[in-house]
Design a protein around this ligand. Sequence first.
Ligand code: NAP
Ligand code: MG
Length: 487
Amino acid sequence: MTDTTTPVRPGRLIINGEAVDAASGRTFTTSNPATEAPICEVAEAGAEDVERAARAARAAFASGPWPRMRPAERQRILFRLGDLILEHGDELGRLETLDNGKPIFESRQIDVPMAANCFHYFAGWATRLAGETLPVSPAFFTYTLREPLGVVAAIIPWNFPMIMVGWKCAPALAAGNTVILKPAELTPLTAIRIGELALEAGLPPGVLNVLPGPGGVAGEALVRHPGVDKVTFTGSTAVGQRIMRLAADTVKPVTLELGGKSPNIVFADADLDAAVRGAATGIFYGKGEVCAAGSRLLVEASIHTEFVAKLVERAKKLQPADPLDPKTRLGALVSEAQMKKVLGCVENGVAEGARLVAGGRRQPVDGKGWFVQATVLDAVENRMRVAQEEIFGPVLAVIPFDGVDDAVAKGNDVLYGLAAGVWTKDVKKAHAVARRLQAGTVWVNAYNFYDAGMPFGGFKQSGFGRDLGPECLHEVTQVKSVWVNLE
Ligand code: NAP
Ligand code: MG
């Protein structure tokens, strides 16, 4: 099924502007979740490579041209990188689909433009980042400088590898930092390729280093390294907690984007057909391996039966298929382990008393791959594990509610607070509920919209700090107050 005609080059580390092997000479195999076949070997970064990258990034920050060049020049280079991502869209889209298993429709039409959008948008901020003059006393000229932090480590997950490169690297680079990027071992290929394109765009050596390697080794070494000034992380809550603890030793600031169990709330007065589409894309887009997935569908009791019937019909039409086929809308989960975890969650939900009304099983394509059917569990109660714990797969838990207060109470009754959806034609209700939900993003009559210009991040145990938007620039800069005595 999947195109194996064009071979993929082995992946190497990028340190100080050069593609290099790991100091240990070790490699690992990255494979295609849709065919279970290996794609290529990738150099495996270890502690020694972290040391080399940290030295290169430090030198590039302390004495290289990047933080010193005119911001307009940094802007030009980052904008060029955005253009190169678009120019290489077919190649990057294919790599992402081979490595992650997501449909080429998503990689090519959503992920490539979004990654480019980040570099285009934050390029503009290079010339807009500024301090303030603050009138404190006639005896002083007082002003602030907004300065880069230094060396930023970006540790990213496997669900949106290319988009995460944009989210994490573009703002850090625009502000004049240098970056060490550690992609997830399961999906290193697009991060490496964008690292190469960055050099082509004119990023000086050492400004963006890319270190594929195991989280417990390369990731931890980055977090511990005294020469790394900041860690920005997206991934699981457990790893985020560990990073926060480890970062304390060197008092490193961290930005954490963690898991979610986001409520997608449908009121009886909603446009039901639109809400059914929104409920389905809210959970099945990206195979449900989406931190902000609308994985808890809260439906007002009076429309519950009718709504679930429509949703089930839609879920059954959404068949797993070859991710490289442009018509495919449901790809393969990223790994066998992830597939087993997801199927285990479904089993557990049924054991807890939920009713399986669509999907629920593995469905190989041409006899292979970690594909799972679009799955709907009905009659879920909010206290069940299937309603409280992140599944990270195409599994929807449907929970009925009665009225606004019950919707808000159930929506908020979870440790996470990443995102939420609200479906209603009543504009007052929409705004009122949006205010009451504990979530970093609320979509009204929409779901899963993102833009480089709009901040994204968590309330509660979904993390802190923000990616994207003007807001995220606070995460990658620090402020210096300057007092000049005029007397
Ligand atoms: P993960 O295991 O937390 O991994 C994320 C990244 O951290 C990977 O690069 C991983 O490396 C690395 N890592 C693992 N252990 C580490 C350690 N001890 N020290 C430093 N780095 C370490 O998460 P995942 O399984 O890849 O992704 C799924 C999870 O991410 C889900 O729970 C999901 O909710 C969350 N997520 C959140 C967001 C958000 O924006 N809030 C977005 C996407 C995903 P290796 O994998 O190479 O070992
Ligand atoms: Mg992992």
